[in-house]
Every structure is written in C-alpha cells, then in structure tokens.
Write a protein that binds this ligand. Structure first.
Ligand code: FAD
Length: 346
C-alpha cells in the first residue's frame, strides 16, 4: 500500500514512524513517503521546548485522554532503550503555579506523582501564587528527536521529498492513503478556517543549575504575562509569549524584554545566565481542537477512491500529543489495510 505523509514536523514524523514500525510488515507491505515543504530546523516543531504538558482543561474527551495516555506510554517505553537521551527524551519533574484556585487537570492520573504545592513551596518559591501542582512528566526535545526519526525512517525504507503540496487531489493518483500533518498549512491545503496562529518566542540560556520545569497561569500583580522555564539537555528554554493571530516569524526585541523581565521576576536565580539562542514560531491553534479523522475521497480524474487521515491543529502542545495521535493514525491505517484485503478477496 502506498502512503504519503504530508508534513515533517513532530506530528508528521511521529505518524510516519508509527506506521512504519507498527503497521508495515505485521499487516502488509507499506511504501511510505514523507512530503514536506520544510524540514527540521525550518519548521515550528524544531524550536519547541519539548515539555509533555497538555492544556490544563478539567474535562477532555475519551479520545483526547487516550492520545495523551498513549503518548506518555510511548515516552515511557523509550526509557527502556539505551538511546533515549540521544533523542532528547528524559523524565522531568516540576511546578505549575496558578494565581487562582483551579480545578485538577483531566490528565492528572497520567503524569507521575501529581500533588498540590505545600504552603512552604508557595510561600518560599512562588510568592503571590495561590495554588500549584507538582508532578513528573517528560521532555522530548524535537531538535534531537526529529533528526533521529528521519534517520530511523530512512533505515526502514521510507522516502523523503521536499516540496509544497497544493492540493490532496494532486497526490491522489499516486497514493492509497494520504496522512495530512501540515499543521497551520491545513488552513490553505484543506481550507480549514478554524486554524489560526499563536505566535511564540523563546530564548535558550545556559543555566545548568535549573533541573526542573516551571509553568505559570493567571495574571500576577508584579510578573508580566505567563513566563515558563523548561530545562533541556544542553540549555534552559525560557518563554511566555503567546500572541493569537500574529503571523510574524522573526524575533521581536520587545518580546525578548518581556520574557527576561517575567522569568527574572519568577526566578531571579536566572540573572546573568548567558543567552545562546532566540527563536520564534507559530503554534497551529484550531477552534474545536485537534482534527484527527479519516476522510474518504475520490480522485477527480480517475474516479478511484483514496483515504485521507487528517492529523493537525495540535496548538500549543503538539510535542505532547504527537506520539499518541501517531498511534491513532497507525490504528486507522491498519483498518484501511484490512478493508483493502477484504475488498480484494471479493
Ligand atoms: C515557542 C513555542 C514553544 C512550544 N513549546 C512546546 C512544548 O514545550 N511542548 C509541546 O507539546 N508543544 C510546544 N509547542 C507547540 C508545538 O511546537 C506545535 O504544536 C507542534 O510543533 C506542531 O507540530 P506540527 O508537526 O503539526 O507542525 P509543524 O512543525 O509546523 O510542521 C508542519 C509541517 O508541514 C509542512 N507543510 C505545511 N503545509 C504544507 C504543504 N501544503 N505541503 C507540504 N508541506 C507542508 C511544513 O513545511 C512543516 O514541515 C511550542 C510552540 C511554540 C511556537
């Protein structure tokens, strides 16, 4: 079966990997090509901090919780390899602090050791905040994971083509299944008007004494915005910029100042940390959440049927969702393969 995955961000690469690792051979031969206008380091996924942190919602659908659990399970399974650190996958504990009392997040039983902050932690570490969570989750650094995934897919026989796809119909004569992982690109590729960008800007600093994550929510009387701190293997990611509707893809010195001021007010011990990088990216937000579903289409020229699996719109948390959504994609591909076998026997 011929499969095209459009998009080489974290969502496309994890989908391609899962198809090649779980569906190919066990369920039949798969000839898979990843087609993407841009590859790492030129896409959004490359610059993400890589923390496993879903949206803080109290309620999620069964499917969303399944994807999150599968994602956590995948990262846990990687801990049993001797190469997880090479792909930037490792456990990280940390704090998420709130200015108001907030309900528990729907995923509190997926992460490890979820608990509320003690009075000592709130008073001494995060003064002014009313409530907070501490738990252990993962970092998956896309800048390490994406090159590894590329090499692994190449080893498994997948092909890579760099180009922009103008329409799904353009690929229809050549593929049985098209997996659409184009993120914000789906606004144009499949005219999805629910998609919009949320611009983010982050800095990377040298601060090896920071070994945990800190996230914040709610308006603080003295701290501007919602700064965050994630420790990566070689540096610490600091940020807090989220501008909906802004398409600017270059760094803005005003945002640099906002990040620094916010992070230093939150964590003065970062003062003097050497800045090694600044980066801007557009989060693929979608009203109504992630679109992960199968669509059956017909090639307008030949009348032949083909399947599309949409997997886009992962917003501010695409690294978090990606591994679980990739498994869902692989499950759908298995169903399509089984249907093809049945049809060919009729
Ligand atoms: C500052 C910042 C920090 C973040 N930190 C985190 C974090 O710590 N944890 C987390 O979970 N998430 C984080 N995110 C969110 C995360 O980066 C995104 O949700 C994720 O990268 C989306 O992945 P994607 O593969 O869908 O999109 P992308 O990485 O944008 O990939 C889409 C790919 O599709 C290709 N494409 C698009 N249209 C076409 C077309 N027509 N033809 C061919 N190719 C096409 C593009 O070239 C691109 O390669 C962060 C985002 C930002 C901006």
């Amino acid at each position: 079966m011929k499969v095209a995955v459009i998009g080489a961000g974290i969502v496309g690469m994890t989908s391609a990997l899962r198809i090649m690792e779980e569906v190919a051979h066990a369920h039949g031969e798969i000839d898979l090509t990843v087609i993407s206008e841009k590859f790492c380091p030129d896409n959004t996924s490359y610059g993400a901090g890589g923390i496993w942190k879903p949206p803080s919602e109290e309620h999620m659908t069964k499917a969303e919780l399944r994807w999150l659990q599968w994602s956590f399970d995948y990262l846990t399974s990687m801990l049993w390899t001797d190469y997880a650190h090479e792909l930037g996958i490792f456990l990280q504990s940390g704090y998420y602090v709130h200015m108001e009392n907030v309900p528990d997040p729907a995923w509190k039983d997926i992460v490890v050791g979820f608990r509320y902050l003690t009075a000592w932690e709130l008073n001494n570490l995060f003064p002014g905040n009313k409530h907070g969570w501490f738990y252990t989750a993962f970092i998956c650094q896309p800048r390490d994971f994406l090159p590894w995934a590329h090499a692994r897919l190449t080893e498994k026989g997948a092909g890579f083509v760099q180009r922009r796809v103008q329409s799904l119909q353009e690929l229809a004569p050549h593929y049985d299944v098209i997996v659409n992982c184009t993120g914000l690109g789906s606004k144009y590729l499949v005219q999805d008007d629910a998609l919009f960008p949320a611009r983010g800007q982050v800095m990377r600093v040298k601060a090896p004494w920071i070994r945990y994550f800190v996230g914040t929510s709610g308006p603080h009387p003295t701290i501007k915005g919602n700064p965050y701190i994630y420790s990566n293997l070689h540096d610490v990611v600091i940020g807090g910029i989220k501008q909906e509707g802004n398409y600017r893809e270059t760094n803005d010195p005003r945002d640099t100042r906002t990040i620094w001021e916010g992070v230093l007010a939150l964590h003065p011990q970062l003062k003097g940390a050497e800045v090694v990088e600044e980066w801007t990216g557009l989060r693929p937000m979608r009203k109504g959440g992630i679109r992960l579903e199968r669509e059956k289409l017909v090639d307008s020229k030949s009348g032949r049927r083909f399947d599309v699996i949409h997997n886009y719109g992962h917003g501010a948390n695409g690294v978090t969702w990606s591994h679980g959504c990739a498994r869902e994609v692989a499950e759908i591909v298995k169903v399509i393969m089984a249907e093809k076998v049945t049809t060919s026997r009729l």
